[in-house]
Design a binder for this molecule. Structure first.
Ligand code: IPD
Ligand code: CA
Ligand code: CA
Length: 263
């Protein structure tokens, strides 16, 4: 298990913000029945969690820059370090009372992601990795799945929502291509966690487009440290800039990438 000072800082911040999110998640259920619904309440929960993460990380590592989902980019005095933060990944799940959501914290040093943490406060699932130190789920070392046959594979994906109609045709083509070959497909709705499920071997592969750097920064290092392969949808290393991702073990990653490209 990684016990570096950096990981202690990241873990403490996530646990503190997670306590608030868990409390708020308990309230969401009561708000489903109100006419207004829990929308505004969830936005406030999201912002509150981000504020805690920002304050805790700034206190522990003054000067590091931030790329925050809600607050945008915050430049720091230390130009070589940047946090990528999604305080609540899986908002739709949270809003609907589904306990599949997470805080995601990635740290880049000189443009390279060197540490990642994904924490689901609903069930206390904590995934962490530091470059060169391995990836861990709670105290257990993570390894990607060893399956090599697409017909046995469980593949995760992201589906563009109604507001992303322009993305629908490409997704449908990619989905058809993967559906014809993969054993089964899932869509859980929290990209940061989806990537951790590749690292833990639950998923054999995962692909999604139109993501943001804060959705995937942490998951990328967690998959790599679990022995997995991860690229953008074109097979390069531009995941953060392009917002597309394809992951799996060496064989699954290559096969999934081929299926997406052939779509
Ligand atoms: C979303 C989730 C979802 C993905 C979307 C993201 P949010 O993040 O990761 O799985 O399909 O593209 O925007 O809005 O819940 O933080
Ligand atoms: Ca997100
Ligand atoms: Ca979010």
């Amino acid at each position: 298990m990684i016990r570096s000072a950096l990981m202690n800082v990241m873990t403490a911040a996530a646990l503190k913000a997670g306590r608030g999110l868990k409390r708020d998640f308990g309230e969401v259920e009561n708000l489903q029945v109100s006419v207004k619904g829990p929308g505004d309440f969830v936005s406030a929960a999201d912002r509150k969690a981000e504020k805690i993460l920002f304050e805790e990380l700034t206190k522990a590592r003054p000067g590091y820059g931030f790329v925050l989902e809600e607050g945008g980019a915050v430049e720091g005095a230390d130009k070589s370090h940047t946090w990528f933060i999604d305080p609540l990944d899986g908002t739709t799940n949270f809003l609907h009372g589904l306990p599949i959501f997470a805080i995601s914290i990635g740290l880049a040093r000189e443009g390279q992601i060197v540490a990642g943490l994904v924490y689901n406060p609903a069930n206390d699932d904590m995934f962490i990795a530091e470059k060169g130190q391995g990836a861990y789920y709670n105290n257990r070392r993570l390894r990607v799945a060893a399956r090599r046959d697409m017909a046995d594979a469980l593949i995760g994906c992201g589906i563009p929502h109604i507001g992303k109609a322009k993305e629908h045709p490409r997704f449908k083509a990619e989905f058809a291509s993967v559906m014809a070959r993969a054993g089964n497909i899932r869509r859980l709705g929290a990209a940061a966690l989806d990537l951790c499920f590749v690292a833990s071997g639950s998923y054999d592969g995962f692909w999604e487009r139109n993501l943001q750097a804060w959705d995937i920064a942490a998951g990328i290092v967690i998959i790599k440290e679990a022995g997995g392969f991860v690229t953008d949808a074109d097979g390069g290393q531009d995941m953060l800039a392009k917002g597309s991702i394809c992951a799996g073990n060496d064989v699954m990653h290559r096969n999934l990438l081929d299926l997406i490209k052939a779509a």
